[in-house]
Structures are given as structure tokens and as C-alpha cells.
Write a protein that binds this ligand. Structure first.
Ligand code: HAM
Length: 441
């Protein structure tokens, strides 16, 4: 007699397990765009003198609270935080800047030194998933530490502009702003609080809460009912300290000089609290609501705030998923390269020697791609696979050929007959077949 409880437990055990909401698989059909972007960024960053650093995905929660700010959306609402078995509160990194600065401090790498660093990898934010916004997403993150600028600010923007050109991504717009020195920002903050306090009844609940903790974030509100109120608020760029003003003027003049178009957006305040002076964002109209593909700015006070020796810094991060979407929309994704040679094996002896033959050819022609038919299959099925693999030629090894010490070559992408080659001469015969009659396989 069957037991209903056991049957239910068994059916639960075999039920399909769902992926975590907002966390995506990147499939082999999509990976080309990822590799194009990562490869281009890697090469360009190396060319500008940036070195890779790898940091943990988990950090102490306190790091993000202190770096990003207690009253930010990221810290208030979006962090994946848990207590580990040792009782420590840990958080999956929502961004990389805090971790990179922590690494510089932990490894004693400051002491007046300069660092140009990049890292890439997954970040985690418990946001409402939608097109272009995920809970696990990937950033290419770049940081320049120890240089007060504005030359480095300009060069970082130029680097990103060059990356878009290399990738063939068009239509990105650059917005810049200056948040001033921490002191000037403080003075501005007072003015802002005064302005909003006088209009308290028009604020929404989020903004009321932020009024005391972080009034600048009210400027960043997405609530359309607050637009008019925000438009009337004092403007930060009118309250810059003289040094920040000059820094910003040099930045804008240098961008003009380089022919990089930009717009000064006085409402660009960014969602993380560590910024001062320069902030910038590359935005697009092609991805709906999630319009920022690359954002960053200067964080001159952050390292000291984390207990390190006061050192200026600036950086940015690109959202890889958003760049992938743009590259795909623009039809700029290269298909992954196909095999050069697909090896068809038929008969038990030939099948047994297939791996050894393929290994020998890989030794002899290391830059060629060989795909060996694995898992059996009749001749017809193997040729179908050879065709689907995109390989330029099929190499056919049957028991009969093996007996005679030869293998056959058959071009798959042009009309041409099959030819035979002695096994020891196969490498040269493959190269000749790949070159084709007029140098075309
Ligand atoms: P962020 O503006 O929070 O800055 O993120 C940078 C970029 O990551 C955004 O422009 C966007 O392209 C992408 N991004 C952010 N959230 C998501 C999401 N939920 N789904 C998909 N993509 C997303 C930072 O993270 C700073 N740490 C950047 C920085 C580095 N500033 C200085 N150094």
C-alpha cells in the first residue's frame, strides 16, 4: 500500500527548484557579448596602466554602513545581510568601492602610494527586479587612489568614452556635477534642510525621513509629485567652495578640449554617500527606466572614514548587464568562433584512437580548434553534428582508413571533394584544406 505522506515528500523532492528572483544565468548563447565587453575593458584598462585586484564577495556589514551611508537606499533597504555561524554580521557586497578601499587599508597599501585598480564581478542588491535591474548584477569597477585630480577625473571619463567607441556603443550621454568639498556640502545641506523644512507638508514619507539624515538624497527622489518642489530647491553648484569650483571648471574645460560632449546636471547627487566633488554618469535612452550604464565620482573622504590614512580617490563602475543589452541591441555581438576541424570517427578501432589522434593534432596545430565527435553516433548523425558545429572541414577516420594509415578531409563550407592524407602528414593537409583553393576554406 502506498503511503500518501511519503508520496508527497517524494514528489517535493523531485520538484523543479526555481532560481532566485532577480538572479540570472548567463547562457552560452549570451556569453559572447559578456566576453566582448570584459575583454575590451580588460585590454583598455591595462593600456591605461590599471591593475586587477580581486576582493571577497562577503564583507563585514559595518564596512558598507560606514562607506555607503546609513540613510541610503542601498544600506537601508537593499543589502543581503546575515549573521554567520561565528555570530558576525556579514553582507554580500552591494558594490565594490568600499571593499577595494578596505583591501588597500588592510594590506597596508596606502602610505602616500598611488593605485590604479580595477575589478569585476557580481554585486548584490535586493531591489525590485525589472528590465536592466537585477538582484545579482555585474560591475566592472575602476578606482584611482592617491591622486587629487582633476587630471585623473578627466582621464577616467576619456577612458570610458574610448571604451564605448571600441565597443561600438552609440548614443550614450555624459552628465557631470560637482558635490563640492565635504565642508561646502555641509553648508549646502543646511540650506537644503531649511528649504525643505519650510515645505515639510509637501514631502513624502521617504523624504521626511531623509530630511534629518541625508537631505541631499531628497533631490534624487523618483516621486513625480516632488518634482516641482525639488526644482525650486537651492542648487549645489551655486554653493561650491572655491577649490571645488576650480576643480570642476578644469574638468569641464578639459572635457571640452577633448571633444567629449557632456551636460552639467546640478541634480546629479548619486545614491551612495561617499562622494565629494566630481560625480558623473553615462546614461542611455535605449534601456527604459534603468538608464545609467556607468556611474562614479570622487570620494576624497572615504578612506579616512574607513580608518585609513586620508587619501583622495575617484572611480566608477559599469553595469555589465546593461552594456550587454546595448551591445546586443546594436547587433555588435560576434558569434563565438567555430571549430576549424570536426573529427568524425567510425568503427570500433577508429573510435578508440579518436582521442589520441585529436590530442596529437592539438599538439601539432595549437592555434587550431579541433572538435572530436564524442558519444558515438552513426555517420549521418556525426556529419549533422559536424555541420552544426560550424567547422570548416570534417576529418574522417574509419577502421578502413586506419588500416591503410590515412584519414580523409572534407570541406564543409564549400563545394569540394573529399581528399586523403597519410596520418603522419595530417597537420600540413589540414592547413592546406583550411586555406582552400584561393586562400578561402
Ligand atoms: P552605482 O551607481 O550604484 O555606483 O552602480 C554603478 C552601475 O552599476 C550603474 O550605473 C548601473 O549600470 C549598474 N547597476 C547598479 N545597480 C544595478 C542593478 N540592480 N542591476 C543592474 N545594474 C546595476 C557604484 O556601485 C559605485 N561603487 C561606483 C563607483 C566606483 N564610484 C566610485 N568608484
Amino acid at each position: 500500500m502506498s503511503c500518501p505522506v511519503r508520496a508527497r515528500v517524494e514528489s517535493e523532492l523531485t520538484q523543479e527548484i526555481q532560481p532566485v528572483r532577480g538572479m540570472n544565468d548567463v547562457l552560452p548563447t549570451e556569453i559572447g557579448a559578456w566576453q566582448t565587453i570584459e575583454g575590451a575593458a580588460r585590454a583598455l584598462l591595462a593600456a591605461y596602466g590599471y591593475q586587477e585586484i580581486r576582493i571577497p564577495v562577503l564583507e563585514r556589514t559595518e564596512l558598507f554602513k560606514r562607506a555607503i551611508g546609513e540613510y541610503t537606499d542601498v544600506v537601508e533597504k537593499e543589502m543581503y545581510t546575515f549573521v554567520d555561524l561565528g555570530g558576525d554580521s556579514l553582507t554580500l557586497r552591494p558594490e565594490a568601492t568600499a571593499g577595494v578601499m578596505r583591501a588597500l587599508i588592510s594590506n597596508g597599501m596606502l602610505r602616500g602610494q598611488r593605485h590604479k585598480l580595477w575589478c569585476m564581478g557580481p554585486m548584490f542588491r535586493h531591489e525590485k527586479p525589472q528590465k536592466g535591474r537585477y538582484r545579482q548584477f555585474h560591475q566592472i569597477n575602476v578606482e584611482a587612489v592617491g591622486m587629487p585630480g582633476p587630471d585623473v577625473d578627466v582621464e577616467l571619463v576619456a577612458l570610458t568614452a574610448r571604451l564605448w567607441r571600441r565597443l561600438g556603443i552609440e548614443g550614450l550621454r555624459l552628465e557631470v556635477n560637482s558635490l563640492g568639498s565635504p565642508e561646502a556640502r555641509h553648508a549646502y545641506r543646511e540650506k537644503l534642510v531649511e528649504y525643505f523644512r519650510a515645505r515639510y507638508e509637501r514631502l513624502d514619507a521617504d523624504s521626511r525621513r531623509r530630511l534629518e539624515g541625508n537631505p541631499l538624497r531628497i533631490l534624487d527622489s523618483k516621486n513625480p509629485d516632488l518634482r516641482e518642489l525639488i526644482d525650486g530647491a537651492p542648487v549645489l553648484t551655486d554653493h561650491l567652495d572655491p577649490q571645488s569650483r576650480e576643480h570642476f571648471q578644469v574638468l569641464c574645460a578639459s572635457l571640452d578640449g577633448l571633444g567629449i560632449p557632456f551636460r552639467v546636471n546640478p541634480r546629479l547627487v548619486r545614491g551612495l554617500d561617499y562622494y565629494s566633488r566630481t560625480v558623473f554618469e553615462w546614461i542611455t535612452d535605449a534601456l527604459g527606466a534603468q538608464d545609467a550604464v556607468c556611474s562614479g565620482g570622487r570620494y576624497d573622504g572615504l578612506i579616512a572614514q574607513l580608518g585609513g590614512e586620508a587619501t583622495p580617490g575617484i572611480g566608477f563602475a559599469m553595469g555589465v548587464e546593461r552594456l550587454v543589452a546595448l551591445l546586443t541591441q546594436a547587433g555588435r555581438v560576434q558569434p563565438s568562433p567555430a571549430a576549424d576541424v570536426y573529427i568524425v570517427v567510425s568503427g570500433s578501432r577508429a573510435t578508440a584512437s579518436g582521442v589520441a589522434l585529436a590530442e596529437r593534432l592539438r599538439d601539432e596545430l595549437p592555434s587550431r580548434r579541433f572538435e572530436l565527435n564524442l558519444g558515438g553516433g552513426n555517420f549521418k548523425a556525426q556529419f549533422r553534428r559536424a555541420d552544426r558545429s560550424g567547422a570548416a572541414i570534417a576529418l574522417i577516420l574509419g577502421d578502413d582508413e586506419l588500416e591503410r594509415g590515412v584519414a580523409s578531409l572534407k570541406p564543409l563550407r564549400r563545394e569540394a571533394g573529399q581528399s586523403e592524407s597519410p596520418l603522419p602528414d595530417l597537420a600540413a593537409a589540414i592547413e592546406a584544406a583550411l586555406a582552400g583553393p584561393a586562400g578561402q576554406p
